[in-house]
Design a protein around this ligand. Sequence first.
Ligand code: HEC
Ligand SMILES: [Cu+2]
Length: 346
Amino acid sequence: MLASIEIPFLPPQATEFAKESDLLFWYINAVVLVASIVVYGMLTYFCFAYARKSPTDKTPRILGSTKLEVAWSVIPLIFFLSFFVWGTKLYSEQLKTPQDAPEYFVVGKQWMWKIQHPDGQREINELHLPVDTTVKVTGTSEDVIHDFGIPAFRSKMDVVPGRNTTTWYKPTLVGTYHIFCDQYCGQGHSQMVGKVHVLSQADYESWKEGSFRIREGKNVVDGSPAWEGRKLFLKLQCHACHNAENNARAPRLEAMYGTTRPLQGGTLQKFDDEYIRQSVRNPMAKVAEGWKPIMPAFPLDKVDEIELRNLTAFIKSLKPGDLPRRTEQFPAPVGAPTTATEGGSK
Ligand code: HEC
Ligand SMILES: [Cu+2]
């Protein structure tokens, strides 16, 4: 019955810490509940049991009982101290940030979250994390105090202008969870939300490559190889020939990676990283069947090795419909998540 309700009583438990903190939460509630039942139960019972029965009733004279008083002081004390001991244990574990864990950087700003991955990739209002990996998160703010809160991780971290704060997580459950700003920070506070995506190792890798949903234009990361490759593809005017137009002068490179290409002269060629390299560096060496050998060579001084890797990641990620139109201009279109779209504040 409970499961059919849309709003969960507690957020999902996406880390070990979430489970431990919920256990403590339920333990405190159980103790308080039992104590309340005992206190209010006795109160109610005594109201009737010792009520004045007739106008001549006399109140009996009762002198204290040391045993009883010690019992009702010490037993609750033990329980209440257990909250403190357990809570302190969890809190101190949470404070011990593992120093060697990969570090993600979070910057709060009215009213968005800017996130940078350990290898420099950037995201806005979204954080992609690999499952079962301990990560360190360092945060700061560019204006007022915000708080980077992820309920599913039972984690909140104040981000304060002028200084760094750190925390850590080890997500254990694949899924998408809320990011909230947990510190009132002005008019747009309630819109200062985001999503954390916990991905399987394989999905995380492909997301980093940029091949993860590049088409929708969302979830692509500025700085990811495929996204950088796309920008380069436009900048180098590859799309003057390789484009989505019907009369394009060069093959559509979509969904070709991994296939076998017939070459002029009748040989077959596997479409892999090495073939892309050759096609860019020395296009005349292997010419695709049915096309004219018009592609210019792009030597090292035009396309360096890193750029070649990014172009390769882009071509690898291409699915039908992904190739830019001939009219598309460098830089990437408006709305694409480059840093240029960050300036949303007034
Ligand atoms: C002047 C037009 C032109 C430009 C500019 C151009 N190409 Fe090509 N490209 C071609 C043609 C035509 C072919 C097919 C003939 C061949 O294999 O050389 C081709 C083939 C390729 C292939 C092999 C595809 C296959 O079907 O086997 C790759 C990969 C490729 N180009 C990548 C690029 C990249 C990356 C750029 C930009 C750095 C680029 N091209 C710029 C015309 C062009
Ligand atoms: Cu905020």
